[in-house]
Ligand binder design. Sequence first.
Ligand code: NAD
Ligand code: MN
Length: 494
Amino acid sequence: MNTRIEIDAPQDSGESPETTDYNWEYSPAPERMQVDIKDRYGLFINGSFRSPVSKKYFKTVNPATEEVLAEVAQAGAKDVDKAVEAARAAQPKWARLKPTERAKYLFRIARRIQERSRELAVLETMDSGKPIKESRDVDLNITAQYLFYYAGWADKLDYAFAGARPKPVGVCGQIIPWNFPLMMAAWKIGPALACGNTCVLKPAETSPLTALRLAEILQEVDLPPGVVNILTGAGATGQAIAEHPNVKKVAFTGSTQVGKILAKVCAKKGKHLTLELGGKSPNIIFEDASLDQAVEGIVSGIYFNQGQVCCAGSRLLVQESIHDEVVKKLAHRFESLRVGDPLDKNTDVGAINSPEQLKKIEHYINVGAAEGADMHSCPVGDLPPKGYWCRPCFFTDVQPSHQIARDEIFGPVLAVMTFRTPKEALELANNTPYGLSAGVWTDKGARIFELAKKLDAGVIWCNLFDAFSPFGGFKESGFGREGGRHGLRPYVAL
Ligand code: NAD
Ligand code: MN
């Protein structure tokens, strides 16, 4: 069922209260930078680009236009072998470098990313569909911040692990998803390199282009060959990296399903493993909260990167007494979201990363309605003729047993449920196989601390990411932490 919520017009508008359409018209504000993209990219092994032994290539597409952006090599088993061998050969020397020298390389990479950040942001948006204002203001900043942060640790490892003598683990296989392509690459290589390891990194098959630009940057800063190798390819390439006998540590961010496969692979071969997996994170909003602030936080959290965020607050638990008011405010806020061209600087909601992901989201939207929840969708204008688009929406009258309340959708879809007491809120919040993040909106500091202790979640929201704070999950959201001093631990043997 498709319900529109009646909204009061602004007090001074002089318009009749039935008017719900008071969105301002924006002129187009396209980002004009042209980014050079080659027709074809090879694999980055031992410091240079080379054609794959596999001889295979695949296409990467702009999800907002369905245009093919480039062909990218598909690394096969022999290519993985070569990359791992290059990383293994480079590792002892890299580890013996003076730590301050390793830091200098990381600082240089970070600075070069800053210098090329506009180009990288445009390319990230073209290859992944996320709005330019996010790639420009969030992804690129956090990417550089993580590298600066871990550069700073390189010569202070003895302080990070007081009393121990931290040693590198060796070659790290790092497999990343498509939702934060460049940022995830930085989260992975930053701590690994700081600790004296070398890497074989695989970006996701739908968003490989910024990782390949990163390879160019590694050449520009003269990073010794073999220290970071970048292999493009799909799941089979990822699995070959994880299974390779000379890969000593696997770091994975992606689906819980693949995480479970990798847990088996690594358990069999006794490899170190960290997993950053999915989530179905709750936002809990109490009647004493500042409602406008809470609604703003919740709405921006659910449309950010089209909801394709592992720690997105995709369940909203509202205290019963304020349910109607919160729903009204939510609907009002959803009305002003701008869905469309991700390269337009005014766009809030860009394209879904792939047709498969869009199909999955649409499936859940249909299931939500079929199970009896009420859908409220964002009434946007015409969408571009091509591309993978999804209007953000939220469901009310959701039961905890509904699929949209239980499964990770990974799209701009919010499930709203109610509670009466803090105890019930806590039970609802923890009633999930996941445990990545949670948000608490209340005026009472004591209540926040009390709930933070009892919520099964790796991160309790106060703010956005920061390189200083550890990030990671409980339960089926994975294990191990990235960020902060904790983020060094998986990359050292003590
Ligand atoms: P995925 O887990 O299949 O892909 C993530 C990465 O793992 C990609 O680089 C992929 O090539 C690689 N991969 C796939 N199969 C592999 C295997 N057997 N061995 C090693 N590597 C493998 O995720 P997806 O299919 O792109 O998205 C599916 C779902 O995953 C999404 O709907 C979402 O729920 C979840 N997801 C979570 C995150 C996150 O940040 N936690 C990110 C992306 C996707
Ligand atoms: Mn793409």
